[in-house]
Design a protein. Sequence first.
Length: 284
Amino acid sequence: MMPAELTAEEQTAILAERYSQRAEAYDKFWSPVIRPAGERLVSQLPLGSASSIIDVGTGAGALFPAIARAAPSATILGVDRSEGMLRLARKKYPGWLALMDVQNLALSAYRFDAAVVAFILFHLPTPERCLSEVNRVLKPAGVVGTITWAAERTPTAGAVWDEELGAVGAQVIELPATDNRACCDTEQKVTALLEQTGFVVIRVWSESIEYRWRREDYFDYQTRSTSRLRLLSLDEGVREACLGRIRKRLSGADENEYVYTGDVVMAMARKSDAGMQTPGETDG
């Protein structure tokens, strides 16, 4: 089935399964790249007196320790649609975890003091649904922190992978509905999304990320995550020969060819008084 024949819901389900399949590789190799930015976001949120916090799109729970440090008395709930990621989180972190569609939170209204929404909105065909749900489950004046991609600059070593995989006809089904970075790749877009969904923006800002991959870690991450499906689309002999050519071409690469850089947009907002129901009204 081609992407054009898949609904947004079906594409989102496929993405969740992909994350389940590569959960360990994601946690080992990719989480160290983006976790520091998420931790900086958490450190900016007023969480000291929070008693309940929801981590939306928690993945393998990488931000649980930072949230717990910032809010030592809080109960933390992590929700995600990927069972594989949650399974890994359960092994590593104490706390409450639930398999849940972040665009349709199966939770009562006015339940949390704060929400963290890190690196998730651009995976959603309708990110405003997610933020509206976050608004609904927050208590009056509850705060939310978000972080999304503005731009990424992958290591130049990655071009070798793309060239060699393309040369042998490696295939992968793209999922347009889950690659929605244009929804929130500027401070202006993030501000508009938050305001549209009932939040008052307190602060929005941009930061840069730089990460230097170890050569073997980058190779393992490509084979187990980024290029995994493309490699699996090849016959075993073709796949092994392709990997051999990639190793040979990168054998003389210097460390600068393994530098990753990116820019992110961070925001902090609170639930708007105008957007709040009176307790006792329908949860929607």
